[in-house]
Design a protein around this ligand. Structure first.
Ligand SMILES: [Cu+2]
Length: 335
């Protein structure tokens, strides 16, 4: 008698658990979903996902129905199944799954083939290199580089060539394409095609160390003219700074250790350890999604990026407090 209420209470938790489900799904928030495709490759994957889902639902319902049937049957003592059990096991237990799995395999092969290179020539070829923990981005035939963002013309197929200089990384834009691993010593290829303009979040999808989670990037799909204008800006060396603060900032930048690791085209700075900073002022983030790109975070990043992104390859910089606002103004002006 004493234990009954406890067991009863446990069952009362079931509806509560069900009520929690929408909350859990709300965790997704604005996170990109493969089930909200905006590109050719992701759309195909979505179709395959739903196919597997509905097959699983059908199998689940069927097995549960058989189970219920068996339970009911067993409870009616004295009745014996007169149908042929061996035939049932062969047909329903082996034959049917075989047919379903072969069909799914065939559809999977068809989808895999469709994810390969498209018939048309690429609108652009982008060389993306994985570093611990950021993405170097270069366009074939263009002098210039950016980091952690890839601009593409909407509706056109863009070839992405993937390399890594250190460990395994994985290039993943859930709304556009399935994952492609970056393997040392190899050049892997994948294709991006966005159906509609937008900004699509990408993420390293292969655990690659401490700041793996801060190895995000953005694919920016824009109409052809806007894309061309952006590419024009990327390939143009940074103009000489105009304001006084910016000029002083440039001096501080060039005299500091920054030049050992960073490039700003149009200046003597030509380091290649860290991201090219020629267009840093227009980027969506600092440190591959570690912080928003605004003057406050930029200052904090320069002085000690280790608090924002512990373990990253940029050591704290001994910048004179008086020079910091100028340095920030200069970097912000690089667009
Ligand atoms: Cu990575």
């Amino acid at each position: 008698m004493g234990r009954k209420p406890a067991a009863h209470r446990r069952w009362r938790l079931a509806p509560a658990a069900v009520l929690l489900l929408p909350l859990v799904s709300a965790c997704a928030g604005s996170a990109p979903s493969t089930l909200d495709p905006a590109g050719t490759g992701a759309r195909r994957l979505e179709g395959f996902w739903w196919l597997l889902f509905w097959i699983s639902v059908a199998v689940f319902v069927e097995v549960m129905a058989l189970l219920a049937w068996a339970l009911v049957f067993r409870s009616r003592a004295g009745r014996v199944n007169r149908s042929d059990p061996i035939r049932f096991v062969v047909v329903a237990g082996a034959g049917l799954p075989f047919v379903v799995l072969v069909a799914v395999y065939g559809i999977g092969l068809r989808d895999l083939a469709a994810l390969g290179p498209p018939d048309e020539p690429p609108a652009a070829t982008v060389d993306v290199t994985g570093h611990k923990w950021w993405w170097e981005v270069r366009y074939a035939g263009i002098d210039g580089a950016t980091a952690n963002e890839i601009h593409i013309p909407v509706g056109e197929a863009v070839r992405i060539r993937l390399r890594t200089v250190d460990v395994l990384h994985s290039f993943w834009v859930p709304q556009l394409m399935p994952k492609t691993d970056l393997i040392a010593g190899e050049v892997r290829e994948t294709w991006l095609r966005a159906e509609r303009p937008g900004e699509y979040r990408g993420q390293c999808a292969e655990y690659c160390g401490l700041q793996h989670a801060h190895m995000a990037f953005l694919v920016v799909a824009r109409p052809r003219v806007e894309y061309d204008a952006w590419l024009g800006r990327l390939s143009t060396p940074a103009p000489a700074p105009e304001g006084e603060a910016e000029q002083r900032g440039q001096q501080a930048f060039l005299q500091g250790s920054c030049v050992a690791c960073h490039t700003v085209r149009g200046t003597p700075a030509s380091g290649t350890v860290g991201p090219d900073l020629t267009t840093i002022g227009s980027r969506w983030s600092l440190g591959a999604g570690a912080a928003p790109n605004d003057p406050g975070h930029l200052g904090g990043w320069i002085v000690n990026s280790q608090t924002t992104k512990p373990g990253n390859a940029m050591p704290p910089q001994p910048v004179d407090a008086a020079a910091l606002p100028d340095l920030i103004a200069y970097l912000e002006s690089l667009r």
